[in-house]
Design a protein around this ligand. Structure first.
Ligand SMILES: Nc1ncnc2c1ncn2[C@@H]1O[C@H](COP(=O)(O)OP(=O)(O)OP(=O)(O)O)[C@@H](O)[C@H]1O
Length: 185
């Protein structure tokens, strides 16, 4: 699949991932697990263990996930909200563009996040929690816990309405702190 260079490519990509997360899909997590034995479908070595926290792997029907909406786009790809229909569990899935240097950057990100998880398993230092990762047709995909609005989005939506003053700045700083820490679950 080409990188997200056109609306059509993005649409094709979304459709592909929508298929991979819906109930009727042939690309369910279970099948992707089977496929992961192939070189182009690699998964986190601990993903099976992690996912058992919220699904029964022995179930004959794989619990589906569904794309809810696009949360945002960054330099390396896009982030979509996905929902586990069985557990009502929501995740932010970061889908990296199918570009070699971005794939490598994503692997570095995964490496760093795994090291952080080892050092701080309970996320006491408020670093976003990586739940899973896998490679799908050249796209590195990283599942994160769902967070609230980003600081950047908060500032861009707030600064147009806010008159900055010492008091206002102080209030905004507190809001940013709570905004960064609050999840929307
Ligand atoms: N865990 C998350 N929960 C909710 N929204 C998220 C989450 N992760 C990312 N997003 C949304 O997706 C957007 C893109 O995130 P991403 O990490 O890809 O890029 P970025 O860090 O904003 O930019 P860049 O990739 O250029 O550094 C974010 O700005 C945010 O709005």
């Amino acid at each position: 699949m080409p990188p997200f260079s056109s609306v059509a490519a993005v649409h094709a990509h979304r459709t592909q991932f929508a298929r991979s997360f819906t109930k009727s899909s042939e690309h369910s997590w279970r099948r992707r697990n089977e496929r992961s034995k192939r070189s182009h479908h690699r998964r986190s070595p601990t993903s099976h263990r992690r996912r058992r926290h919220h699904r029964d792997e022995s179930s004959p029907r794989s619990p589906p996930e569904q794309i809810i909406e696009t949360l945002g786009e960054g330099t390396f790809g896009k982030v979509v909200e996905v929902k586990d229909l069985e557990m009502e569990h929501r995740m932010a899935l970061k889908i990296i563009k199918n570009v070699e240097k971005y794939r490598e950057a994503a692997k570095l990100e995964i490496n760093v996040l795994e090291k952080l998880a080892d050092i701080d398993p309970d996320c006491k230092n408020l670093c976003v929690k990586m739940l899973d990762w896998f490679e799908y047709h050249g796209h590195m995909c990283i599942a994160f816990e769902m967070l609230g609005q980003s600081v950047f989005d908060f500032l861009t939506t707030t600064t147009s309405r806010t008159r900055w003053s010492r008091c206002g700045t102080s209030r905004t700083s507190s809001s940013i702190a709570s905004c960064s820490c609050t999840t929307t679950n």
